[in-house]
Structure formats: structure tokens, C-alpha cells
Design a protein around this ligand. Structure first.
Ligand code: IMO
Ligand code: MG
Length: 439
């Protein structure tokens, strides 16, 4: 197994190396024991980060996964697209169960707002019959990022100036209603109703807006521990993922800089998360996919892994671990070490296959090109490893893992030439084997 290290870091970025749902919520919550600040830096409420503490389940979409630790401050930084409505709902839900959020949550004024129009366009597009759909979460993420790039978007800081806000809002409402009405043949949304709605939530959002860039730099210089929480996974990255079946943000490590204002020199450690197998929600290529109805292993992963989307409740597609994809995504992120999650879901599978290469047009590839059309026609080359019948669920020390489980992890580590510093053996916070400290 590749060696782990115990160097002290100020910032730790946690990024997904597959198609999302690698267990980022659980791992961020776990590592926040030693963090002062947790920051979301891209994506929006398309994320579904599940935390289970003493049997109680919390699903977070926008609020950073450090919120359950009372000593931690949470930032939503400039790279995140924010639905004010969804954010306030999430805060309310947390406050209802006694978690104090508003005092500890800060928002960057530069975050683009997701408005009702964005959601309507996202859904209209997905329902349009004449083109291949992406299978988005329908949360308006894409259209909100489009407005950001087109430089017509409304930012959280725009809520501070009503006159300017009203002008920008009117122009945007006209633009989107025209599209809804004349291109998608859908009833336009009431601009007035949505304007009033925006005014209603404005008052509650204003006190949380701050200059998160300054706050982060100050915290870094004071030696505070900062955890950067990625959302989605690298295969959903707008530039590097399986385009066009991707999300609309950069989900790989570059976004930890552009989405926070921290320079590359201040990203000290990158922890890459991978499930012990592969899942995907939404459409697009998936070379190692197994049928979750007819294939017994596919069915096992789906049922035992409870592979249902935390945001949209859609069944996740399931398949074997794919090393060519991981070779590519670990390279893209400059991963320092790996966390392998959901190892326990493989308990009881007799023979475990791992994709070690692809055959594409009679040529073998060990690292995957992420081009969707190439991926569609690749044939996975598998290596079969012996499974284990013992339980790994809840195991907290390496030595207690069954030999074949250790072999499986060692094989992954060697193939990717990366240490595995963390292994998750269950959904609970404590069901973890941690081989090094990060802060
Ligand atoms: P977490 O943070 C898994 C997927 C959607 C769809 C594609 C585009 O929980 O890992 P979007 O609504 O973003 O425009 O949809 O991206 N997707 C995710 N899949 N986990 C996520 O987040 C995802 N967020 C978006 O299913 O295929
Ligand atoms: Mg999720």
C-alpha cells in the first residue's frame, strides 16, 4: 500500500472523483471535528450530502456539512449558485431540530442567485422531447450558471440596492419569460409574484452576506483549519467530465480556488473520495454499469447500498469500480490521498470485478478519455478479485478488515499509485478507518 503522511495543513479540500454521491457529507462532517471553517465553493442545491449521527439522518443541499459541529463556521463562497428560498428552508429545518445556523453561516455577496425562472427553464428543457436530456436535478443550476457567464445574473450583493435590483430583475424576467413562452411554449411566470417573493426573502438573507474572500484569507493567515467541501464529482465537471452529461460548474480542484478566492498556493491537501464501486444518477455513459434489476450484483449494490438520490429520490445506476476513470480524475485533481467509501456494501459478494482498462476500437487504454461518445463504445477489461464473506460494516481498525478486503484496497492503491488514508465502513460518523490526520 502507498504510504500516508501526517503533515499539518491549513486547508483541506474534499472532492468527489466519480459521478457524485461518494459520501462527501459524511467525510466532511467527520473531518470537521478538527476544522474551524467549512466552505462550499461550487454547485448549488443539486448536491445531497447525507450525515448520520447516532441514527439521526440529516440531508444537506446548500448548507456546508460542518453545520452539525457547534464550533464550526460555515461559508457559502462565491462559486456557489444560491436559491434564497431553498437556503432559508434548509436553515429553518435545521433550526427546528435545535441547530443554530444563522449565527454561523456566512454568504458571499458574489454568489449568483437561482430564481424561479431558472428552475422553470431547467424543467422545460428536460421535458422537451426533441433532444437528448441530461437528467438534471431540475433545480435551475444550469440556467443560473448560464446567466452568470452571460453577465446578466443577479448576485446576492444585488439585494443590497433595491433600485438596481429592480432594474436587473425586470430585464431578466423579460428575457426568461420570452424564452419560456416563445421557445418552450410554456406559460410565462408572473414577474410580480416572483419579485414580491424575492423581496420577502431578501431581508433574511442580507445579514448573512459578507466578504468571504477576506474572511478566508484572514483565517488562513491566523492558522485556522479550513475544510473546502466539494459537491458533485469530477466526472460531472463542466470542462473535464463526461460532457454533455455533466453539471454546469467545475467540480474538480480548480473550483476550490476560483470558487473561494483562495490561491492555488493555499490549497494544502486534496482528499479524493471514491465509492468502493461506482454509481451515477442521470443520463450519460457508464462503462461498468450493471443492471440493477436483473444482475444479482447490480441488485445487491442498489439495495444494500440504498442507492437512491438524496436530492431527487431517483434510483442511482450502479456498477463495478472503474480504475481508468479514477486514473484520470485523480490526476486532474492532484489527489494527495484517497478515501474509499461504502466498503461494507461489498460484503458478501463472492467475486469482485474491477475495471482496469478499456478496449476502444481494438486499442487498449488504461486511463480513460472522458469524451462521452468514446466512453459509449468502450469495452471494460476486468480483473477479478476474491470477495469476502465477513462483515466489514462498522470496522474502525485496518487490522480487523478481512484479508480479501485489504487486498481489494491495496490493489486500488497500487493501481492508482496513491495512498488510501480513509476508509468508510458505514453511514455513521464513527464507522471509519482513519490512517492519518489532515489538520
Ligand atoms: P452530490 O454533491 C450525483 C447530476 C444530475 C445530472 C447532472 C446535471 O450529492 O455528489 P444538474 O441539476 O446539476 O444540472 O444535473 O448532474 N448531479 C449529481 N449526481 N450527485 C450530485 O451531487 C449531483 N448533482 C448533480 O443527476 O446527471
Ligand atoms: Mg449526494
Amino acid at each position: 500500500m502507498q504510504k500516508t503522511s501526517n503533515k499539518k495543513n491549513n486547508t483541506l479540500a474534499v472532492v468527489g472523483t466519480q459521478w457524485g454521491d461518494e459520501g462527501k457529507g459524511k467525510i466532511v462532517d467527520l473531518l470537521t471535528e478538527k476544522a474551524d471553517i467549512v466552505v462550499r465553493f461550487q454547485g448549488g442545491h443539486n448536491a445531497g450530502h447525507t450525515l448520520i449521527i447516532d441514527g439521526d439522518k440529516t440531508v444537506l443541499h446548500l448548507v456546508p456539512s460542518g453545520i452539525l459541529r457547534p464550533h464550526v463556521k460555515c461559508y457559502i463562497a462565491n462559486g456557489v449558485v444560491v436559491s434564497g428560498e431553498k437556503l432559508l428552508q434548509e436553515i429553518q429545518q435545521l433550526e427546528r431540530v435545535g441547530i443554530d445556523v444563522k449565527e454561523r453561516l456566512l454568504l458571499s455577496g458574489d454568489c449568483p442567485l437561482i430564481l424561479k425562472f431558472h428552475e422553470a427553464i431547467d424543467i422545460a428543457r428536460e421535458n422537451k422531447k426533441d433532444s437528448a436530456t441530461i437528467g438534471t436535478t431540475g433545480n435551475g443550476i444550469g440556467p443560473a450558471y448560464e446567466d452568470k457567464i452571460a453577465r446578466r445574473g443577479i448576485r446576492l450583493s444585488d439585494l443590497q440596492n433595491l433600485e438596481l435590483l429592480s432594474e436587473k430583475y425586470k430585464a431578466l424576467a423579460d428575457f426568461h419569460n420570452f424564452q419560456l413562452n416563445h421557445y418552450y411554449s410554456i406559460q410565462p411566470l408572473s414577474s410580480l409574484e416572483n419579485w414580491e417573493h424575492l423581496l420577502a426573502i431578501r431581508e433574511q438573507l442580507l445579514p448573512m452576506i459578507t466578504d468571504t474572500v477576506s474572511c478566508l484569507h484572514q483565517a488562513y493567515n491566523e492558522g485556522k483549519n479550513i475544510l473546502l467541501e466539494g459537491a458533485q464529482g469530477t466526472l460531472l465537471d463542466i470542462d473535464h467530465g463526461t460532457y454533455p452529461f455533466v453539471t454546469s460548474s467545475n467540480t474538480s480542484i480548480g473550483a476550490a480556488c476560483t470558487g473561494t478566492g483562495l490561491p492555488t498556493s493555499k490549497i494544502d491537501y486534496v482528499l479524493g473520495l471514491a465509492k468502493a464501486y461506482t454509481t451515477r444518477v442521470g443520463n450519460g455513459p457508464f462503462p461498468t454499469e450493471l443492471d440493477t434489476k436483473d444482475n444479482p450484483v447490480g441488485k445487491h449494490l442498489s439495495l444494500k447500498g440504498k442507492e437512491v438520490g438524496a436530492t431527487t429520490s431517483r434510483a442511482r445506476r450502479c456498477g463495478w469500480l472503474d480504475l481508468p476513470l479514477l486514473r484520470r480524475t485523480t490526476q486532474l485533481n492532484g489527489i494527495d490521498s484517497l478515501c474509499i467509501s461504502k466498503l461494507d456494501i461489498l460484503d458478501g459478494i463472492k467475486e469482485i470485478k474491477v475495471c482496469v482498462g478499456y478496449q476502444i476500437d481494438n486499442e487498449e487504454h488504461s486511463s480513460s478519455p472522458l469524451n462521452a461518445s468514446l466512453l459509449e463504445k468502450c469495452q471494460p477489461i476486468y480483473k477479478t478479485l476474491q470477495g469476502w464473506s465477513e462483515k466489514t460494516s462498522g470496522v474502525t481498525v485496518w487490522e480487523e478488515l478481512p484479508e480479501n478486503a485489504k487486498n481489494y484496497l491495496q490493489f486500488i492503491s497500487e493501481q492508482l499509485a496513491l495512498p488510501i488514508s480513509l476508509i468508510s465502513t458505514g453511514a455513521e460518523r464513527g464507522h471509519t478507518i482513519q490512517k492519518q490526520s489532515y489538520f
